[in-house]
Every structure is written in structure tokens, then in C-alpha cells.
Design a protein around this ligand. Structure first.
Ligand SMILES: NC(=O)c1ccc[n+]([C@@H]2O[C@H](COP(=O)([O-])OP(=O)(O)OC[C@H]3O[C@@H](n4cnc5c(N)ncnc54)[C@H](O)[C@@H]3O)[C@@H](O)[C@H]2O)c1
Length: 476
């Protein structure tokens, strides 16, 4: 096991590896939970082994191929090209003009011109047959993530996929198995896990500031109504159409993943059961009635996705995570980021954003029942990645710099031949609430079991986003 600075303190505190009553009993709610299809691990094929703690082969440079060049993919392409030792060698969009626009943009910025692919839904397959791509980045609509991610693995590439990596349980299992069989890594492009506050929260949790972590709360609460009804933002309105299909927690990972990391999910604990609730689907129809002209194609649609979908997740260690998703109600943005334990609590998105956002209360530092500003804690527990490249990140990337931190770190891990911070097991676990919320709601809100994608290896404490300082290899 790698050296982990915080292990001893966590163990002393009775943290991640303590065998609680809930763990001994196999998880509280999980006893009564219905087992959805594919909750039980399918057997591995002969010779198939885990990808846990498997390092990337060291790459002199990382050559990226991008699939999907809309709002997200085009911006992230610029970010990949800005990372030292990383080159974008090919770009693909079903709309060939977007591939040309992106290639022109890189060439005009003085970067090598990537090869262009486009014009058909399967043009990406031709791109995948190139032998000068090490990493495929996928930023297409959700329905394409699974087939494109799987195809990229089968083509021998490492893969980073926008949220979610897949929307069905059997697809999640198939990505885990395909990663294990091809010996290629696939990870969720979970940029918020590299957010400055999120990483400081993680370090504080692992240093024991919150004592025994008992509960956390995260989510994706973003009023997307104007964008969902825009005819120029989401291509072919793909994201609004998902709201006509099912009630699901489509996109809670931005808030769920940092809480899961702080709780050592897949690294000493695991998410065991999920119970979903949903409010009525009111927001989109109400917005359309007030702001969208009659005759707009959206008037043929019926929205079924509940506005606020809440997943209560119980872990094997008896902790509770509340993960929320709401993109159809009027409200200021929040990913919540709340973590609490026997010695204190952190709440993000509660304070003044310019002052770092969060508020905190931890014993013995604080008493008297009043919140304190997070600023000095954020400074003290700043993650090495932000200390090292925070200025570059803020100049180079979106979302306050965390996109660039994700990209820089991914390239560094591949160039230095290190173990991924986020692996296919984390990615599958964080995305499992998409199908599991549907299943729990279909079962009248009964708990459903969350698969153990690690097939038992979750009990082992190991490093993840809470990594040790390492250098980016020099560019030759
Ligand atoms: N991590 C984040 O912070 C973040 C932010 C925004 C979006 N996203 C994710 O990024 C993805 C893309 O979102 P977006 O806002 O850019 O959407 P978008 O509609 O702007 O872009 C999607 C692109 O995919 C292309 N496309 C569709 N089918 C394709 C195919 N078969 N082959 C190649 N290209 C194809 C479309 O032509 C379009 O250019 C989504 O999964 C979204 O959830 C993540």
C-alpha cells in the first residue's frame, strides 16, 4: 500500500477502516434493499484482472483525440493543447464544420493542426483507428458516451468521458469489464473533484478535522431552463429531450464525487444502497408557458423528469450521502459540498463567493454555535495541485480553473506513468445513481442496492484525489 500521510490519523480517529456495526452487518439499509438487475457483480472472464493501482504506461507526450466539439468539447480542446507535453492530434464531430473550426482555431493559436473527422455518426470510429492517439476525450450528448467510450477502449486508447460515462447499469459494468480486459483506463471527466474548495475539503477530511465523517451532501443545482430551451446551445436540444424520457438523477456527480472522495468511497468504504425521491416535473413546462412561443418544437414535448431528484445513499460504513439534481427550477447555482462528522462541519456555497465561498465550524477551533469563514482553512489545506498550477489554471481554463487542473493532472499521470486519481470504479460508482434513481422511483421509493464495481477491493485504503506532490516530466 502506498504511504498515506493521513492514514494513521484517520485510523486513530476510528475513520475509514474502523469496522462499524453497520459494516459488520453489511450496511444498514442494504439488508432490506431490492437488488436491481446487474447489481450483482458478473463473473470476470478467465485472465481478467482489476485495474486498481495499475499505473499508466509512461508517455513521452500525450496525444489526444477529441469526440464532440460543441460548447464543452471545443473549450476543453483548447485546454488540452495548453498542457505541457500534450498535443491534440485529431478532432471529430458529426458536424464536419465543427471539426474544421476547432482545427483552424488550434492552428491559428500556433498549435499543430489536428486531423479532422466528421460528417457521419460513426466518423469517430475512423478517428479511433489512428495510431497517434493515446487518450480519447468524449464530450458528446449523454446517449453516445457508452458506445464511444467502449469503442475507444477496444481501439486500445485510454479514455476520459464527460458526465455520465453511461446511463444504464449493464453499460457501467461493461465499461468496467472492457477496461479490465483491454488494460486501458477509462475515467469520468469529473472536473469539480479538482475544484479548489473540494480538494481542501478532502484534505481536511483526511487530516481528521471533521472527526469521524458521518454524512455529506452534494449535488448539481443549476437553473438551465434558458439554455435547455435555447435553439443554439445544446445541439438538437439533446439535453432537454432527456427530460421527456424518465425521472432520473442525471447529473449529480459534480456534487456527489467530492463527497464520495472525502468518505474514501472505493478506498475503505463503498456506497451500498440508494433511495430516490422526486418532486413533480413543473419547472420546464412552467418556463415554456411563460417564455417559449407557441409553435416551438418543444410544445410537442411532455416533461416527466422531476424537478428535484434526491438520492439518499447509505454507505457500508453507515454514512449517509444526500445527492441532489435540479436543473429546471429558478435558483442560484450550487453544488452544495457539505461534509460533517463528529468534530465539525463544512458548508460550501453558503458564504460570500469572493471570500472563498464556504463556511466552517470545527472543534476545538470553534465554539459558540456560530459559523466561521472558510478562507484561512482553504489557505492552510490548499491542495498541492492548486499551489503548483493554480495561476496557470485560472488563466487557461473554464470553471474557475478546475478544468485545467483536471487536464494538467491527467496528462501528468500519463506522462509520469502514475496510477489514476479517478479510475473506472470511481467513475462507475459515481454514475450509478443515474439508473439506480430510476429503479428506486419505479419501486415506489424503496432502496436499491448499489453494485460494488470493485468486486470486493473497496475495503483497501489507497490514494486517490488526495495525492502526493509530483512533478510534470520536462518536455523534451
Ligand atoms: N464537466 C463539465 O463541467 C461539463 C460542462 C458542460 C458540459 N458537459 C458535458 O459535455 C457533454 C457535451 O455537452 P455540450 O454542452 O458541449 O453539448 P453540445 O450540444 O454543445 O455539444 C455536443 C457535440 O457533440 C456532437 N455530436 C453528437 N453526436 C456525435 C457523434 N456521434 N459523433 C461526434 N460528435 C457528435 C454534436 O454535433 C455537438 O457538437 C455532455 O455530456 C455534457 O454533460 C460537462
Amino acid at each position: 500500500m502506498p504511504e498515506i500521510r493521513s492514514v494513521s490519523r484517520r485510523l486513530l480517529l476510528g475513520g475509514a477502516l474502523a469496522t462499524t456495526g453497520a459494516l459488520a452487518a453489511g450496511g444498514g439499509a442494504s439488508q432490506a434493499a431490492a437488488a436491481p438487475r446487474a447489481a450483482v457483480a458478473p463473473p470476470r472472464r478467465p485472465g481478467q484482472t482489476s485495474m486498481i493501482d495499475v499505473p499508466y504506461p509512461a508517455h513521452r507526450t500525450v496525444r489526444v483525440g477529441v469526440i464532440g466539439l460543441g460548447n464543452r468539447g471545443s473549450g476543453m480542446t483548447t485546454g488540452w493543447a495548453a498542457v505541457p507535453g500534450c498535443t491534440v492530434t485529431a478532432v471529430c464531430d458529426i458536424r464536419a464544420d465543427r471539426a474544421k473550426r476547432t482545427a483552424d482555431g488550434l492552428a491559428n493559436a500556433g498549435k499543430p493542426r489536428p486531423a479532422e473527422y466528421g460528417g457521419s455518426a460513426d466518423a469517430y470510429q475512423r478517428m479511433l483507428s489512428r495510431d497517434d492517439i493515446d487518450l480519447v476525450y468524449i464530450a458528446t450528448p449523454w446517449e453516445f458516451h457508452y458506445p464511444q467510450g467502449k469503442a475507444a477502449l477496444l481501439a486500445g486508447k485510454h479514455v476520459i468521458v464527460e458526465l455520465p460515462i453511461a446511463t444504464e447499469l449493464d453499460e457501467l459494468w461493461d465499461l468496467v469489464d472492457t477496461s479490465e480486459r483491454t488494460r486501458r483506463h477509462l475515467m469520468l471527466a469529473e472536473n469539480c473533484s479538482y475544484g479548489r474548495n473540494e480538494l481542501a475539503m478532502l484534505k481536511m477530511a483526511h487530516e481528521g478535522l471533521f472527526g469521524d465523517i458521518t454524512n455529506g451532501h452534494g449535488g448539481y443545482l443549476h437553473d438551465l431552463r434558458a439554455l435547455l430551451f435555447s435553439d443554439t446551445y445544446y445541439t438538437d436540444s439533446w439535453r432537454r429531450l432527456w427530460h421527456t424520457r424518465s425521472t432520473a438523477s442525471f447529473y449529480a456527480m459534480h456534487g456527489l464525487a467530492p463527497i464520495a472522495a472525502a468518505m474514501d468511497i472505493n478506498r475503505g468504504d463503498r456506497m451500498a444502497t440508494l433511495t430516490a425521491t422526486a418532486t413533480a416535473p413543473k419547472g420546464l413546462a412552467d418556463y415554456r408557458a411563460r417564455f417559449v412561443p407557441r409553435g416551438h418544437p418543444s410544445w410537442n414535448e411532455t416533461y416527466v423528469n422531476g424537478d428535484l431528484v434526491t438520492c439518499l445513499i447509505e454507505t457500508a460504513q453507515g454514512r449517509i450521502i444526500r445527492a441532489e439534481h435540479d436543473v429546471s427550477s429558478p435558483r442560484p447555482y450550487s453544488r452544495i459540498n457539505t461534509l460533517a462528522g463528529s468534530r465539525g462541519i463544512f458548508e460550501d456555497y453558503a458564504g460570500v463567493v469572493s471570500a472563498g465561498g464556504g463556511r466552517i465550524y470545527v472543534e476545538p477551533d470553534h465554539s459558540g454555535h456560530s459559523w466561521r469563514d472558510f478562507g484561512s482553512y482553504r489557505k492552510e489545506f490548499d491542495h498541492w495541485l492548486w499551489k503548483k498550477i493554480g495561476d496557470d489554471a485560472e488563466n487557461n481554463g473554464g470553471h474557475g480553473g478546475m478544468d485545467y487542473v483536471l487536464q494538467w493532472r491527467t496528462v501528468q499521470l500519463m506522462r509520469a506513468g502514475l496510477v489514476p486519481d479517478i479510475d473506472v470504479y470511481d467513475s462507475a460508482a459515481w454514475c450509478a445513481p443515474v439508473p439506480l434513481s430510476v429503479m428506486s422511483l419505479a419501486a415506489n421509493g424503496r432502496p436499491v442496492q448499489i453494485p460494488d464495481f470493485t468486486r470486493g477491493a473497496w475495503v483497501n485504503l489507497r490514494m486517490g484525489l488526495d495525492s502526493r506532490t509530483t512533478e510534470m516530466p520536462p518536455v523534451a
